[in-house]
Design a protein around this ligand. Structure first.
Ligand code: FPP
Length: 246
């Protein structure tokens, strides 16, 4: 099935930066009569498949909404389980990702994460920092508004610490502002996928998705297999992107 879909994919345009809101893990688990955490565990397997297919497609950047600033409202046990799944994902798959040329980045304030997750993530960033095949940006304790607010605050701090030439008239261009976002090293988003039938952006990469194409599917994240992913890419290849022009 996915071989046939691969044949339908043209070499261009391939989204340079793909963002994914991985929704519906809980619903998938409920449908199967399983605990919610089983949905997240299956979700982590799907993340690995997504990375492997993205490497085949030569996608260069992926941002994954793994834990939002709002997710702290969930039951303590689910939060604990989610970070354990993330820890296992990094611990078990890091060396393989490194060999495949994956560079790991993080967006969000990870100082609030369990210490073990912070250590694993910092080591993963440092080990993979020179890799060039694909960059995977795990968004953790991430919120789009908080990110923009933090950027404005850090920009002001830099100004007050006289990091700008105070004699010149200061012009804060978009290029300068973007350097203060978590995603300073990443291009704008080309395609944003959200699973499980919801049609919202939910505070994800608000600044970076200004000209993104959106793809919504009824499939839950654990059901988002290679064929479903390829369908989203084929759909993207049929969009006409005008960026406000004619
Ligand atoms: C939304 O489903 C999903 C999350 C809040 C977490 C996403 C986490 C994973 C896919 C697993 C681990 C991630 C990595 C990067 C290894 P939901 O729980 O809101 O589903 P529901 O709306 O059906 O309840």
């Amino acid at each position: 099935m996915s071989e046939n879909l691969f044949k339908k994919i043209q070499s261009s345009p391939i989204p340079r930066h793909l963002a994914v809101i991985m929704d519906g893990n809980g619903r998938w688990a409920k449908k199967k009569g399983l605990p919610r955490l089983e949905g997240h565990r299956k979700g982590a397997e799907i993340v690995q498949n997504l990375l492997d297919t993205s490497l085949k497609l030569k996608i260069k950047y992926i941002s994954l909404y793994a834990f939002s600033t709002e997710n702290w409202k969930r039951p303590k046990l689910e939060i604990k389980g989610l970070f354990e799944i993330l820890n296992d994902f990094i611990a078990l798959r890091l060396s393989e990702m490194h060999e495949k040329g994956v560079r790991i980045l993080i967006s969000g304030d990870i100082s609030k994460l369990p210490q073990k997750s912070q250590n694993l993530l910092k080591d993963a960033i440092s080990l993979t920092r020179k890799n060039k095949k694909i960059t995977v940006n795990f968004c953790l304790n991430y919120g789009g508004r908080a990110e923009i607010h933090r950027a404005a605050e850090n920009l002001l701090k830099a100004f007050l610490e006289e990091k700008f030439n105070q004699n010149k008239k200061i012009k804060i261009t978009e290029k300068i502002f973007q350097k203060y976002l978590y995603t300073a090293q990443l291009p704008d988003i080309d395609l944003m996928i959200r699973t499980a039938g919801e049609k919202r952006i939910s505070n994800f990469l608000l600044y970076q998705s200004a000209y993104a194409e959106f793809y919504f599917t009824e499939k839950t994240w654990p059901e988002f297999n290679e064929s479903e992913f390829l369908k989203s890419i084929i759909d993207f290849q049929h969009r006409v992107r005008k960026y406000g022009g004619l």
